[in-house]
Unconditional design. Structure first.
Length: 351
């Protein structure tokens, strides 16, 4: 089970792209904007830091499991924010809510409230089991607490203060955290990830462009309410709290293929458009290479099954969790990167 919260406190800007660049001819818009960083970024940091200043045996570090991304207020990281399930529609500005339900075997919303559109996508983990109306009334929702800021990196010629004709410009999509979307004021926020191992407290370069962050770890005890929530068994419905990467090395799917796995085919799915998903892994020469490009089912996706799963994502000593065969294998099963981490979800019309 995950035993640590990894707290990442930015010491300035963070990198907000995912491998895409802007050309000198196109210096407008955001190319490949993607934030916050997925769990594979933290996983790579663990191995890089351990190689520079070893703090754990390499064979033990191979067992590392991480999951995220999430975020929290810096002074209250245990009540971190995770994606709102797509069944819960919360409009923070208009103070309105609605929820999808199953009626006559189909997704259904009331005619009186079907015009409500969500304007926030995060909720605190302690309100996971509450209704959309209760979450909103308790102030448990939030919009993205960061802003994008473009930083132009020019590369000058050696003899004069002019940009090189070839490859002389790079526009970085940087991100500034600490922005309170509700009150339009500064707010101390941090990134949060779940991990099976801790990392020594200190300053690290995190993500692209080597931006500095301060990292610390909080241990989760056996009686932690977070551990208990993660250990709840899924019955007939669940929602992803991290991106789900399913399919083979050639195809991306919305759920594990029941023809090649024991995963039950969902009877209903509520989701959004997929997002690109690429990660860097090592090779035999010790150099990094990009993994095969995939599409991830976004966090917040809801699955409904005909029969109860009766198991949690991680499992316990009495009941195994989601088997490795449900996850793609790229030299290691993507379950180690928290792929498709999900929690049970109550939906009206689903027993």
């Amino acid at each position: 089970m995950y035993r640590y919260l990894i707290i990442i406190n930015p010491l300035g800007f963070l990198y907000g792209s995912a491998g895409a660049f802007l050309s000198p001819e196109n210096l407008v818009g955001r190319s490949g904007a993607k934030f916050p960083p997925d769990a594979y970024t933290l996983s790579g940091l663990f191995f890089a830091a351990n190689k520079t200043e070893p703090f754990i045996e390499h064979e033990e570090l191979k067992k590392l499991h991480v999951a995220g991304p999430f975020w929290a207020e810096l002074d209250n990281p245990e009540y971190f924010y995770l994606p709102i399930p797509w069944t819960k529609i919360i409009n923070q500005d208009e103070n309105q809510t609605d929820e999808w339900q199953i009626q006559d075997g189909k997704w259904y919303r009331s005619e009186a409230t079907k015009e409500i559109e969500p304007d926030c996508r995060w909720q605190t983990i302690n309100y996971w089991e509450d209704s959309a109306a209760a979450i909103l009334s308790n102030g448990g929702t939030a919009k993205d607490p960061w802003k994008y800021t473009s930083i132009l990196h020019p590369k000058l010629t050696k003899s004069e203060r002019c940009v090189q004709e070839e490859g002389g410009l790079f526009l970085e999509n940087s991100v500034q955290m600490g922005y309170n979307s509700r009150d339009n004021e500064k707010q101390e926020t941090c990134l949060v990830y779940l991990s099976t191992h801790k990392i020594p407290k200190g300053w690290y370069c995190f993500g692209g462009e080597n931006h500095l962050v301060e990292i610390s770890s909080i241990e989760l005890t056996d009686d932690s309410w977070i551990v208990k929530l993660l250990g709840q068994k899924i019955q007939r419905s669940c929602a992803l709290i991290t991106p789900g990467v399913w399919g083979s090395t050639r195809f991306s799917r919305r759920y594990p293929d029941p023809q090649h796995t024991t995963f039950p085919k969902p009877s209903h799915i509520l989701t959004d458009k997929p997002s690109p998903y690429r990660y860097r892994v090592g090779d035999n020469k010790g150099k990094g290479r990009l993994g095969r490009g995939r599409y991830a089912v976004p966090a917040g996706t809801v699955y409904v099954f005909d029969k109860p799963l009766n198991k949690s994502w991680w499992g316990d000593e009495n009941e195994p969790g989601f088997p490795n065969e449900w996850f793609p294998n790229e030299g290691f099963y993507l379950k180690q990167l928290g792929c498709g981490l999900c929690l049970p979800l109550a939906i009206t019309g689903v027993d």
